[in-house]
Design a protein around this ligand. Structure first.
Ligand code: SF4
Length: 464
């Protein structure tokens, strides 16, 4: 994917307080959150006096492949981060958690999301003499914390966050505290759990399942939670939920609980709503694995048409959508997917997919399905056409690169070479959850942005 210059990040974060194997637990947590970022990963731990860190480019299992690496990450508090980034920020210095020495303590930070008003703030801080070590928006928060005159860390953080704007679900750590923070819109998920006497935070609850921690609740939008030797302290803030609906459509794992609801259940309902809106005479329903599997099951159960496995995914390649370089994206759909000829031959096939970004992958896939002998292909998409960029942490391309930004639905059908296509309506997508539709952001589909963004300004940061 040709990436616009920006500072967007969409990542996985994890934190734990009060466990003698904090770094190993964090490693396992990051492993479960690998789908949220595959470019780099890192863990920072502390024993209350010193901090220890290990960061690297690549997958969690490769970066922490030797047990001695984890042995050296000593202490009872740790935070971790899986990173997915854009070109401008794709360098070693930007790997998180970022660690900074403030006046009398160290602070480490893992950030999931994207700030939208960084340009002017960064410029102002630089004019005042601040030297930035990275090109991430995350560092800005630390400098603002450092500038605060407040006494308590939670007050410093609140002050800093009152200045920035955008999407952030973060875990921070000092030698004494673990802190979790979520923006007032709650765009990105963040939940809190317990592992014995230890507290844990993770972007998605699937991380808790692997470490056998108990999910307690979401960190509420606008909330700051501080864990220290006295336990959990919650500081409530302004709460105006605009949860990212795309977490349900595509991004989160189906075995996670996100925004308080099970992703699997919502995704199945998306499939059912899709069948209600655009059922069609066909022999089988197949999914584009893996993110559409549960949606396709929902479609099949509502339509009564048999679900089949018609596409096999090679799991050892990485997700096209998440890969940071154009050359890797073009590595080839065929190396990622293969068709099951016996399933598809002479069949009228419904292909369920979660979304269409550029359409290039789906075009190649539908050709593979046709080549495998499918008689008819009916594409069913469990979200509306994506026509607008996301400024809150998902790195969609600009409007002119989005297929729905430049083609009508009929033109997309022609481009894909399929017999029919249907995109789920915004209303049906939002009604697949148990929440009020007004609690969701759906700006990439509707253009109705909860926070306005000056994209030109954001670009200027990195072009200077
Ligand atoms: Fe999610 Fe789209 Fe909103 Fe971005 S613009 S937060 S992807 S719904």
């Amino acid at each position: 994917m040709q990436r616009k210059k920006s500072i967007n990040e969409k990542c996985g974060v994890f934190g734990i307080y009060g466990h003698k194997e904090a770094s190993t637990i964090t490693y396992h947590g990051l492993f479960a959150l690998q789908h949220r970022g595959q470019e780099s990963s890192g863990i920072v731990s502390t024993d209350g006096k010193l901090s220890y860190k290990h960061l690297g480019m690549g997958l969690v299992a490769d970066i922490f492949s030797e047990s001695k690496v984890l042995d050296e990450l000593k202490g009872h508090i740790a935070i971790g981060h899986n990173r997915y980034s854009t070109t401008g920020a794709s360098k070693i210095a930007n790997i998180q958690p970022l660690v900074f020495n403030l006046f009398d303590y160290q602070i480490a930070i893992s950030h999931n999301g994207n700030l939208v008003n960084t340009a002017s703030l960064r410029k102002k801080l630089m004019e005042e003499g601040t030297i930035f070590q990275t090109t991430t928006d995350t560092e800005l928060i630390i400098h603002l914390i450092a500038k605060s005159k407040s006494k308590k860390l939670e007050e410093k953080i609140r002050e800093a966050l009152n200045i920035v704007s955008g999407a952030y679900s973060m875990v921070l750590m000092t030698e004494k505290q673990l802190i979790a923070v979520r923006d007032s819109y709650g765009f990105r998920p963040l939940c809190v759990g317990k592992l014995g006497d230890s507290y844990v935070f993770a972007s998605e609850s699937c991380a808790f399942d692997l470490i056998e921690a108990e999910y307690i609740r979401d960190v509420n939008p606008g909330e700051i939670i501080v864990i220290d030797e006295d336990g959990l302290h919650s500081y409530k803030g302004k709460c105006n939920p605009k949860y990212c609906i795309f977490e349900y459509v595509y991004f989160s794992r189906p075995d996670s609980r996100v925004f308080g609801e099970f992703v699997d259940k919502t995704r199945r309902q998306l499939g059912k709503n899709l069948a209600d809106e655009a059922d069609v005479d066909a022999d089988i329903v197949i999914s584009v694995p893996d993110s559409s599997n549960t949606t396709a099951l929902g479609y099949a159960s509502r339509s009564g048409i048999k679900f089949e496995i018609g596409l096999i995914r090679n799991h050892y390649i990485g997700r096209t959508f998440i890969n940071p370089r154009q050359s890797q994206r073009d590595f080839g759909v065929k190396i990622k997917f293969n068709t099951v000829g016996g399933v598809l031959k002479d069949k009228k096939v419904i292909v369920v997919d979660d979304s269409i970004v550029r359409g290039t992958t789906l075009k190649k896939l539908t050709k593979l399905i046709r080549d495998a002998g499918a008689k008819e292909i009916h594409v069913r998409i469990s979200s509306p056409p994506i026509k607008h960029p996301c400024y809150y942490g998902l790195d969609f391309p600009s409007t002119d690169e989005l297929i729905a930004g430049k083609m009508s639905v009929d033109e997309i059908k022609e481009y894909l070479g399929v017999d029919s296509i249907h995109f789920l309506s915004t209303k049906s997508m939002l009604s697949a959850t148990n929440k009020d539709p007004s609690e969701f952001c759906s700006a990439c589909f509707t253009g109705d942005y909860p926070i306005k963004v000056n994209e030109k300004q954001d670009k200027e940061i990195f072009e200077n």
